[in-house]
Ligand binder design. Sequence first.
Ligand code: GUN
Length: 283
Amino acid sequence: MAFIIDGNKIAADIRKEVKTQAMELKEKEGVVPGLAVVLVGEAPASLVYVKRKGIACAEVGFLSREYRLPSDAKEKDLLEVIAGLNSEKEIHGILVQLPLPIHINPDTIIEAIDFRKDVDGFHPYNMGRLLAGNPAHVACTPKGIVELIKRSGITIEGKEAVIVGRSNIVGKPLALLLLAHHATVTVCHTRTIHLSEITKRADILVAAVGKPEMIKADMVKAGAVVIDVGVNRLDDGRLAGDVDFTEVAEKASYITPVPGGVGPMTIAMLLKNTLDAARLSAK
Ligand code: GUN
């Protein structure tokens, strides 16, 4: 039976560290980290995430502001909000909750954010820094995954890492981050042929596809570290990951649960990125 990595506990430790560091920044520089979260529309999942971000900010002593636009808001309206936030001194981090309504081009929006305030790490500048092996703001979920692995005492260097999923939010930046930590990295996706042949090679297997319980025990090497990024709502209301937890936990050495694995780490890393942005602004 695998060791179950407790993301809630590790994320709570990080939030405590961030709170202490934020207090020091306030004492030394008089700067309080400020995060603006922008939500367009009212998708239920997005509402939940945005609310959690506000609560997390309050808990660590950050200033947080929420901006809500109707689902039929124009791209121009959103760009105006971003331009305002770019020039606001008290705001160090800007997060536009994704996905956006289909009539708004997410690339246009992300590129409009001042890259120094891009605490999501999605701006081409920050993606480019990661690609160049000189990371600045790194996307929160990939950064949280690496932190979970490291704080569990697992070595990344030299390991064979396989990521299932190639999104800009998780798969691609995670591949670059694991590469920077000297793993041998393979990225699989929907068009990958013989998927299980590849996943079975993984010392570290990350599932970020959005298909409930698709990773079965026969796709996993005995003793692998299995990280589940999936958050899938089933018809019966249950939350399921991308990994068949019951089966795979019998075979893996470490595994993350859903919920309580990667999820809480994403917000902890958002706080960390916001703190970093506030520190840089004080320089
Ligand atoms: N939607 C799902 N994950 C994320 C994230 O990390 N950042 C933003 N802005 N939107 C998301």
